[in-house]
Design a binder for this molecule. Structure first.
Ligand SMILES: [Fe+2]
Length: 375
């Protein structure tokens, strides 16, 4: 290689690293992160195909989490054991491997080729490691145009892999935090529901119904998730309501009803302690406003129409439906069909029309057997 092409290669390498780090930092969604990493590597190193393997410590396996090339869709289904193949070896040792004649290598897990129909000739496998902790491996297969990968290719792959591993690490951490947050929210909701035997499972059901409405209204995945979490916490303020009022088997006196109404304000106040503020903003307004009604007859502030936040309007429909259709000590609870009729009767006056339309369509879709809608 002449000095100029060598220099060009170096510049290209730097530009790619810069681009990769920019893209990877701005993108936290795991699947996209992995696909970006892989695509960049395949293009820059010039490979026919590539696979990004992620170590799953919990399940003790290595999973093909992104794939590029003619057999990509088959490879995505493959899971390797920890000690299987060259990938297993690279993840175990943390050392990159350049193999020129793959088929004659003793570590080659040829079941990957067999099940995907792709024929691997030469291959680079580099570990994805952060501070010595190997998270997975990136495998580039068959150098384009020429026979084998070079030492230069492996150097570039290692440099890119170091960048990528950090992005993968961040993405995994983010994922873990989200999972932890959701499990804590669900636990809180369960603790709340457990206080009142008559409303067991209420928060989970309202969250599920709200999520279905959002999906029916074709909200994006992130908004659906936000709504689900907000709905789980909509009644969290009931933690601050005395047991003898909350669990009273008879109808409430006016005074007691006024006390119960406070759960909206208490809920928003409890959630205001959570950080970061923007992450709980939706949950706060939903807890505060899920009993507001379109015509202004709701509580706590008598908001009307679009002044009621969208999430609160949706959760309001799901909440009212669950309250109507759940048996209490003093009432049997309506059937799902009658619950839907009641929503329609109050559509546009008490309840948001679009949310009612979406939810009643869901009920009709499953012939008023919501257990079937789940499947
Ligand atoms: Fe409520």
């Amino acid at each position: 290689m002449t000095q100029i092409t060598d220099l060009e290669f170096k510049v290209q390498e730097l530009v790619t690293l810069l681009e990769a780090s920019k893209q990877l930092n701005s993108n936290i969604e795991m699947e996209e992160v992995l696909e970006n990493i892989l695509l960049q590597m395949v293009q820059i190193v010039g490979a026919e195909a590539g696979t990004l393997w992620v170590l799953d410590k919990e399940r003790q396996q290595i999973k093909a989490s992104a794939a590029y090339g003619p057999s990509a869709s088959d490879i995505l289904n493959i899971e390797l054991k920890l000690d299987e193949g060259i990938v297993g070896k690279v993840i175990r040792t943390g050392e990159a491997e350049l193999i020129e004649h793959v088929s004659s290598d003793p570590d080659w897990a040829d079941r990957v080729d067999h099940s995907s129909g792709f024929v691997t000739k030469s291959m680079i496998t580099v570990p994805l490691a952060v501070k010595g902790n190997v998270l997975g491996a990136l495998q580039l297969l068959n150098k384009k145009d020429i026979a084998f990968f070079s030492e230069q290719d492996i150097r570039l792959a290692v440099a890119l892999a170091n960048q990528s591993a950090l992005a993968l690490h961040n993405s995994q951490m983010y994922d873990e935090l989200q999972r932890m947050l959701l499990s804590m929210i669900r636990t809180l909701a369960k603790v709340l529901d457990a206080r009142d035997p008559y409303t067991a499972g209420h928060s989970e059901r309202v969250a599920k119904y709200s999520l279905w409405i959002a999906q029916k209204l074709e909200f994006d995945a992130h908004t659906c998730e936000e709504l689900y979490k907000a709905a789980l916490l909509h009644d969290i303020g009931k933690i601050g309501i005395a047991d003898d009022i909350l669990r009273k088997p008879d109808r409430l006196t006016n005074e007691e009803y006024e006390a119960i109404k406070q759960h909206t304000v208490i809920g928003a106040d409890i959630l205001s302690n959570m950080e970061p503020k923007d992450a709980v903003a939706h949950a706060m307004e939903t807890a505060l406003s899920h009993h507001e009604r379109l015509d202004g007859t709701g509580y706590p502030h008598g908001l009307a129409g679009d002044d009621i936040p969208l999430f609160a309007r949706i959760v309001g429909v799901a909440d009212a439906f669950d309250a109507m259709t759940t048996a209490r000590s003093y009432s049997e609870g309506l059937s799902f069909r009658l619950g839907a009729e009641e929503l329609i009767r109050c559509r546009g006056t008490l309840f948001d029309s679009e949310a009612v339309d979406a939810f009643t369509a869901i009920l009709a879709d499953c012939d008023y057997e919501l257990e079937r809608y789940e499947k």
